[in-house]
Ligand binder design. Structure first.
Ligand SMILES: [Fe+2]
Length: 284
């Protein structure tokens, strides 16, 4: 497949904002914004709370991302069995590699947060730059080439399986969908797959094309550093995020998840990425 050089333009370098109201507007229109001067995780959560304002349903710490934590959680996930397709879950335990672009909480289906806050408490001395990819823009760029018409139609209309290996979600949906409250939701992570069955073989090329396009955007587009005290505020329904490789063991980034009244579903408590639970349990 030929991938357009324009895919690099789907990468977003967010602009800096001065407060929660501006952050809220810029995230809603542009997909992401950066606030600086955040002193600690408590202040990060307080900013997220203020940004969500009267639309807030739930906000809280999800992950303290460090090289040590990546190894510990990665080892637990490595012990989980392969699924019916022979696929195994892998966390990004080797932090020297770039992360696959993803929406946070992808293992939880409808319960994924619609807002995400990435608070850089301590950046890597070298490397570990962030990237953000506008998923809707990736699809628009693909749609500009008539040769991609069938693939783009697939992304917009055909249900696929968004589950991680061994943690099946209830129900299926297309790569991009319109959520009940109106905003679009577009998704990318390493385990996207066609629904198992007679159409699977014919559909894999479309799913692989989508993954290749998003990965090409990561590898060709601009990246940026989150310095200490910077926090990226992200529309997690529209934007895929991740970081490039690093080795510095002192890097610390907090991932804070927020659910607004526009979220498709809101979990009752903190979510466990090592053992993603079924929807019934999440609803509490
Ligand atoms: Fe993430």
């Amino acid at each position: 497949m030929d991938l357009s050089p324009d895919l690099a333009t789907a990468c977003l370098v967010p602009r800096r904002v001065s407060g929660p109201e501006e952050a809220r507007d810029v995230v809603a229109t542009e997909g992401a914004a950066i606030i600086t001067g955040i002193t600690d995780e408590e202040a990060a959560i307080a900013f997220g709370t203020a940004m969500l304002g009267e639309d807030l349903v739930r906000v809280g710490r999800q992950i303290e991302a460090t090289a040590k934590r990546a190894l510990e959680d990665g080892a637990k996930v490595d012990e989980q069995p392969a699924d019916a397709r022979g696929r195994k879950r892998r966390l990004s335990r080797d932090v020297s590699l770039p992360m696959p672009p993803h929406n946070d909480g992808f293992a939880f289906g409808d319960f994924a947060p619609d807002r995400l806050f990435l608070f850089s408490a301590r950046p890597a001395a070298v490397g570990g730059e962030s990237f953000l990819i506008d998923g809707l823009k990736v699809l628009d760029i693909l749609a500009q080439d008539p040769a991609n018409a069938e693939m783009v139609q697939f992304c917009r209309t055909v249900d696929i399986d968004h589950s991680e290996p061994n943690f099946p979600q209830e129900g299926y949906s297309p790569i991009v969908r319109t959520t009940p409250s109106g905003p679009p939701q577009v998704r990318h992570h390493p385990y996207l797959a066609p629904i198992m069955g007679p159409d699977e073989a014919a559909q894999w090329p479309f799913v692989e094309h989508w993954k290749a396009a998003v990965t090409a955007a990561r590898d060709t587009g601009p990246r940026f550093r989150l310095e200490a005290g910077d926090m990226a505020c992200v529309d997690n329904y529209r934007i895929f995020h991740g970081r490039h490789g690093y080795t510095d063991p002192a890097r610390v980034l907090y991932s804070i998840w927020g659910w607004s009244t526009s979220a498709v579903a809101v979990p009752a408590g903190e979510l466990d990425i090592v053992n993603p639970q079924g929807s019934a349990q999440l609803a509490g």
